[in-house]
Every structure is written in structure tokens, then in C-alpha cells.
Design a protein around this ligand. Structure first.
Ligand SMILES: Nc1nc2c([nH]c(=O)n2[C@H]2C[C@H](O)[C@@H](COP(=O)(O)OP(=O)(O)OP(=O)(O)O)O2)c(=O)[nH]1
Length: 373
């Protein structure tokens, strides 16, 4: 129906909101502390806390802009920084595209050169220094996501004891995110046999404070037994999956799980105008991961409110014989536009983690490489 005959008065033309490109630093000390800054009195949003950074000038790359801003604002010179997630947030008066970068090396001691107060905080604990800018909340949530994601490939009952021993070692060595994925075993021996293995894996993960997602190849009622679900790209397109996630979001809103997850309300006049662009956590008490192979998959992951995507395969891998990997350049291009944390998969191991980060990855995922063989 056109506006003319809809009975509604014609809407005045809304001027397009300006789009601002910003580079901001996740400045991380060796002990894991993160640097936050309070916006000074002479700037818009004064008194709100943010990640140090500022507008990208014409002709600058993100890392060049970040280096200039951190020198101007904090008096430090970056020696090590990698791109991370670019997040778009719509405010009432403008849209900001924030290119967040991990900064892990610098010369000098950060000082508030523009009169701003600085604070080193524990990013894994609730932020108590003050209210965060709305667009700064999603990256803080993402930062808590482990950077190594182990995917199981046990294969059968006979292999289970040996696998569990290797899993114990991996957990002792710091793996904090696991995906239970056994489609071939389930097809061969049935759900019952595999369900017992899931219990064993879950028990070990819980002992070590690690979270375990279940792959969507497994029955839907397992999602709640585990710490969330990892969607295969095809499953992510099923209407019943979207409906299930919607229900989970409604349930957890009803029980106030949003507040428990640390969501911080902005005053009415500053509320994020576009919930989708604010990176909704559609399943706040559980994690939602998704496998992605191209830009369309990544867009879907963002629309579903996934906490992260796994993109690949990047390098050649025995899991995909005869199928060459997409390579780091293509990976960086796709991950750079994803708008959520992306883990690299395919030929990944501790030895490729730095390379993955240089190409915008949040971290790495793998079957063999993360089990140490
Ligand atoms: N640096 C930074 N900016 C953020 C964050 N979150 C967020 O919404 N923003 C918004 C606030 C501003 O609208 C914009 C950054 O612009 P700014 O005014 O700080 O940029 P600038 O330092 O170049 O300032 P100026 O010289 O133009 O005054 O991005 C964040 O975590 N860090």
C-alpha cells in the first residue's frame, strides 16, 4: 500500500545521518588489564567511558589513525597492533563505524594528555569505573571470548578414552572453548552412544571452567545441556532454528538474564537506535557460534546475533582433502567486514595464532592443531 492511500500523513524526508569512521584501541597489558578512558568535558558524551582512539582522517589507514590518536591522546607509540572487529552503531544523530584493534605493544606510559581520566580494568569482571558508551559494550563482551576453539573429532566408542586423555591435557593447557561435533559417529551408532560421550566432554569442560557448545548436527534438545550451540551454515538458515533462538532470547529476557550478563542501560536520549547494529546477544545465557564460508554466511551470523563465527578453511587441511584453502588475504577481507569476532579454521595451531591475528582474526579453531598433534 502506498503512503498516499494508507491513511497515514506523509512522513517528512529524514536527512541521512552522517557516517563517522573511528579507530579505537583495545590496549591490553601483559597481565590482561584493559585501558579505558573517560571522555573529557569538552567533547560530546563527556563523562562516558570508551576505548581510546578517534576519527580516521582522509587518506589514513585504520592502524595509522590509531597510532596518531594514541600518540595525541595518551602519549604512547604503538609497536604492536592488529585489526580486530569493525562494529557499526547507530546513534540518534550519527552512525559510527568503529574499527577496534588489539594493541599489545607500545612505548611510553599512557597519560591523559587531553585531561581525560584513565583506568586499567579487568575486562573479565563487571566494569565499575562508570558507564560505557553504548557502542563500546559489544567489544568488551567479545573480548571475553576465548581465542582458541577446540572442535572434537572422537569418531567412536573405542577412541573415546584416548581422546578424553588428550582433552584433559588441552584443558590443563588453557583451552576454554570446545565444540562437541560427532556427526559421523551419531549416524553410525545412534544418538544414545554419542550422548554419553557429550556428558563426558561436558563434565571435563566444567571441571576446568571451559564452555562447550554442541554442533547443530546433534539433536536440538542437547543445546540446553551444553553451553550453547554451534550452527552449521545450512542449519542457520532453517526457520525453526531462528524461531528457537527467538524463543531462547524471549525466555532469558523474561528471567532478567540480560541484567545478569552485564548489559548496561543508556539514558533514553542516548539509547542505541538500531538494536541489530548494536550486536544483540540473542541468547544471553548461552553462546551462539556459526560456521561461515563467505560474506553471506557472516552477514547471517551477525543477523542471528551470534557471539562469533568460524571462517574457513583458511589453509589446506586434512579435513578437506583436495580443496585448497581461501588463504589469508581473502580471510582478512571477509573477517574485516564481518562485524563480529571471527575465528580462523583450517590448518590452524598455536603456530598460526599470530598470523591469524595479523589478518583480523579473534583467534583460531581446529580439531587436530589445538589438541597438539
Ligand atoms: N574512541 C572511541 N570512540 C567511540 C567509542 N565508542 C563510541 O561510540 N565512540 C564514538 C564517540 C564519537 O562519536 C566517535 C569518536 O569520535 P571523537 O570525537 O572521540 O574523535 P576525535 O578524538 O577524533 O575527536 P575530535 O578531535 O574530532 O574532537 O566514536 C570508543 O570506544 N572509542
Amino acid at each position: 500500500m502506498s503512503e498516499e492511500n494508507s491513511g497515514n500523513p506523509p512522513r517528512p524526508e529524514m536527512p541521512a545521518k552522517p557516517l563517522i569512521h573511528v579507530a579505537a584501541g583495545m590496549i591490553l597489558r601483559a597481565d590482561g588489564a584493559l585501558l579505558l578512558a573517560e571522555r573529557p568535558a569538552d567533547k560530546p558524551w563527556s563523562g562516558w567511558w570508551e576505548l581510546p582512539g578517534g576519527k580516521i582522517e582522509p587518506g589514513e589507514t585504520v592502524l595509522q589513525a590509531l597510532a596518531r590518536e594514541l600518540d595525541e591522546e595518551l602519549g604512547i607509540q604503538i609497536t604492536q597492533a592488529t585489526p580486530w572487529v569493525t562494529h557499526v552503531h547507530e546513534y540518534p544523530k550519527n552512525i559510527v563505524s568503529l574499527a577496534f584493534c588489539r594493541v599489545t605493544g607500545w612505548n611510553g606510559t599512557p597519560t591523559g594528555r587531553e585531561g581525560q581520566t584513565l583506568a586499567w580494568v579487568d575486562p573479565h569482571a563487571p566494569i565499575t569505573v562508570g558507564k560505557l558508551l553504548p557502542a563500546t559494550e559489544p567489544p568488551l563482551r567479545w573480548l571475553r571470548l576465548p581465542d582458541r576453539y577446540l572442535i572434537t573429532s572422537i569418531g567412536g566408542q573405542q577412541e573415546l578414552p584416548g581422546y578424553l586423555a588428550r582433552l584433559d591435557t588441552a584443558l590443563q593447557q588453557g583451552i576454554r572453548l570446545v565444540q562437541f561435533r560427532e556427526p559421523a559417529w551419531q549416524q553410525r551408532d545412534g544418538e544414545q552412544a554419542v550422548a554419553a560421550a557429550l556428558q563426558e566432554v561436558l563434565r571435563r569442560c566444567r571441571e576446568h571452567g571451559a564452555r562447550c557448545l554442541v554442533n547443530s548436527a546433534h539433536p536440538r534438545d542437547w543445546w540446553d545441556r551444553a553451553d550453547g550451540v554451534h550452527l552449521r551454515a545450512a542449519d542457520a538458515r532453517l526457520p525453526e532454528v531462528a524461531a528457537r533462538l527467538r524463543r531462547a532470547a524471549e525466555d532469558s529476557n523474561a528471567t532478567g538474564a540480560d541484567a545478569a550478563a552485564g548489559a548496561q542501560a543508556a539514558p533514553d536520549n542516548h539509547a542505541g537506535a538500531n538494536a541489530a547494529a548494536a550486536g544483540p546477544n540473542s541468547w544471553p545465557d548461552r553462546l551462539l557460534g556459526m560456521s561461515a564460508h563467505d560474506a553471506a554466511d557472516l552477514t547471517l551470523a551477525r543477523e542471528l546475533g551470534a557471539d562469533f563465527a568460524v571462517l574457513g578453511h583458511v589453509l589446506d587441511t586434512p579435513s578437506h582433502p583436495g580443496e585448497p584453502g581461501m588463504g589469508w588475504e581473502r580471510y582478512a577481507e571477509l573477517a574485516g567486514g564481518a562485524g563480529l569476532p571471527v575465528l580462523a579454521i583450517g590448518g590452524q595451531s598455536e603456530a598460526t595464532l599470530d598470523e591469524a591475528r595479523r589478518h583480523g582474526a579473534h583467534g583460531i579453531a581446529g580439531i587436530r592443531g589445538l589438541l597438539g598433534y
